[in-house]
Structures are given as C-alpha cells and as structure tokens.
Design a protein around this ligand. Structure first.
Ligand code: NAD
Length: 324
C-alpha cells in the first residue's frame, strides 16, 4: 500500500506515520508538510534512517495544486490520509484566513488531485468540534447537527462537507473521522496538556480559561491512530466515524492531575478571561466505529496521562526550542 500522509510533521500525523510503519507494512509513506510553526521535522527524526525508501518527506503546501498533481501522478498512491491543517482555535479567532487556505482550499486541492489520479481511498481527519457545544447531557453521534462555533471548527466542517460531496458527486472513496481531544508525545506546546506541563516544569503560571469547567473528551493519540487505520482499511465510503474513548474531564481537573503528577502547587493556576465562543462540553458517542469496524481504545487515561507528562519531562530539548 502506497500512502500519502499530509501534515505528518505535526502532532497526530507524526504519531500516525510511526504507528503505521511499526504495526503494518505499507510499501511506502510519503509525508507532505508545509512546516508551518506547528510542523516540526524533529517529530519524524530517525524515520528515514530506520525505514529507508519506505519513508520520504516532501516539503510542500497541500493547497499547491501543481505540486499535489505532480506528486499523485508520479506515485500512484492507494490512499491519502489528510491531517494537514491549521489546528489551534485561538489562532483561528485572530486570523481565520489561514484556516480557510489550508483546511478548506488545501483539502479541496487534495480531493481533486486524488480523484484525477485514481487514488483509491481518501481519509479526511476531522474533529468533534464540528458539532459545536453540548449541555451537561448527551453525546455527539454521527447524526448530530454540524454547528461549529469557531473559525477553526467551521473550516473543518467545510472540509468535511467537501469531502463527502466528492463521494456523492464523483464516487470517490472518501471516509471522514471525527475524533475528540488527543494527548500524547510531540504535541505543540500551545495546546492544553503540553502547555500546562511545560509551564509547570518552569514554575510559570498555568492559564486556565474562564471557570475551568469546560469539559473535553480525551483520547490517547495511538488509539486515534488505530482508529484511522481501521477506517482506512475497512471504513465504508461516504461515511463519517466518530472516534472517542469515553474519558470526559473538565479542564481544571485535568490541570490538577498534571500538577499532582509533577508535585507542583495549585497556586500556579491563573484563571484568565474566557476564550470567545468557547464550547462548554464535548462528548463523543463512538459506538458506530466500535460495532462496525471492531475498533476500541486500548489506553486508559490513568496510565497514558502520566506517561505523556513523563515524555515532556524527559524530552526537554524537544520543547525548549519551541517555547519563548
Ligand atoms: P498540528 O497543528 O500539530 O499539525 C498540523 C500539521 O499540518 C503541521 O505539521 C503543519 O506544518 C501542517 N500543515 C499546516 N498547513 C499546511 C499546508 N498548507 N500544507 C501542508 N502541511 C500543512 O495538528 P494536529 O493536532 O496533529 O491535528 C492533525 C489533524 O487532526 C487536524 O486536521 C486536526 O483538525 C485533527 N484533529 C486534531 C485533534 C487534536 O486533539 N489535536 C482532535 C481531532 C482532530
């Protein structure tokens, strides 16, 4: 299987490339990444040496139609797995145009090139944030209305709709995954868990939005990677699959766990003005992928969160280059 993975120098993309090369036997994986502020070549260090010709890196913008066309013409990929995105909600509030460029235009360029060059499968990596916010009850199913709150989630929702329309219009074998919040190694330190760990390690204040009671549904990144492989191999074209590990937690509880693990005082927490349009709660019903594709999460937060914190403790040289 020849795979094109986009955004493979980011958090989930780099974990996915390592995961699929380690657990499966793709003929080769081509990683296309524009190396934005969030893309880090150190995230894939050692892969070329370890896997030789089975791994290659191509520095490019997915919205560059000529380059994507040439790449797909030359390589005869079996599948595209599209992780490339602007992914940070706060940045989307300040500069939404970058999000339209990559998340919407970039995805449409890939869908079009894949269609014209006979790529068999297209996996669009999306997010539960396209569903908007929940009250205290209920969970998102694949039938929940798509009502995004931020420019980030709106751009991801737009990409999802384009991808599903390419299936309806051209019969392209597109599958969309919508996953909850990921944690694990190599996550850029603007996101909640690495930000809190790194600030705590430096005895800096830990900024918590609003009252800290916003709830997220957490999943370890390798479980997300396994779900993507299941969808890549056996997902039904034109379908959406929610991915989640039934691990709801509010931000304050999560920050308390991080501080306790690191032996740091709660006084480091600093409540800051809430994010505009901040979704209150996300919770994912992932029964469809569990029953139809036999996937289930293998990692529990009780073990995987301390292991993740320990990774940032042990890999100081990785994050020191990224924080001001
Ligand atoms: P990330 O920000 O860590 O990585 C994004 C990668 O995309 C970076 O390497 C960046 O350089 C690359 N990129 C950005 N613009 C590009 C362009 N125009 N052309 C080529 N490459 C480009 O993001 P992440 O957290 O790894 O998320 C990956 C995907 O998973 C995103 O599509 C995101 O919406 C989705 N997702 C993330 C989460 C999460 O919790 N992080 C949850 C659900 C879904």
């Amino acid at each position: 299987m020849r795979l094109l993975v986009t955004g493979g120098c980011g958090f989930i993309g780099s974990n996915f490339i390592r995961y699929i090369l380690e657990h499966y036997d793709p003929e080769f994986v081509t990683n296309v990444d524009a190396l934005t502020y969030a893309g880090n070549i150190a995230n894939v260090a050692g892969l070329a040496a370890q896997y030789g010709e089975r791994y290659e890196f191509f520095h490019a913008d997915i919205a560059n139609a000529d380059l994507m066309d040439e790449l797909m013409r030359k390589h005869h990929f079996y599948a595209v797995v599209n992780f490339a995105a602007e992914s940070h909600v706060d940045r989307s509030i300040n500069s939404p145009q970058h999000f339209i460029h990559t998340n919407v235009v970039g995805t449409s360029v890939l869908l079009d090139a894949a269609r014209r060059h006979g790529v068999r499968r297209f996996v669009q990596i999306s997010t539960d944030e396209v569903y908007g916010s929940l009250g205290p009850e209920g969970r998102f199913t694949e039938e929940s209305p798509v009502t995004p709150s931020s420019p980030y989630s709106a751009s991801k929702a737009g990409a999802d709709q384009l991808a599903l329309a390419f299936h309806k219009t051209y019969g392209e074998e597109v599958v969309v995954t919508r996953c909850s919040n990921n944690y694990g190694p190599y996550q850029f330190p603007e996101k909640l868990i690495p930000l809190m760990v790194i600030n705590a390690l430096q005895d800096r204040p830990l900024p918590v939005y609003g009252d800290g009671l916003n709830v997220r549904d957490w999943i370890y990144v390798d479980d997300h990677c396994a779900a993507i492989v299941a969808v890549l191999l056996n997902g039904k074209p034109g379908e959406v699959y929610n991915v989640g590990a039934d691990t709801e937690m509010n931000n304050l509880d999560l920050v308390h766990r991080i501080l306790a693990h690191l032996g740091k005082p709660k006084e480091l927490i600093e409540f800051v003005e809430d994010r505009r349009g901040h979704d209150r709660r996300y919770a994912i019903d992932s029964s469809k992928i569990r029953t139809e594709l036999g996937w289930k999460p293998l990692h529990r937060m009780e073990e995987a969160l301390p292991a993740t914190i320990d990774w940032y403790v042990a890999n100081r040289e990785w994050w020191e280059k990224l924080v001001p």
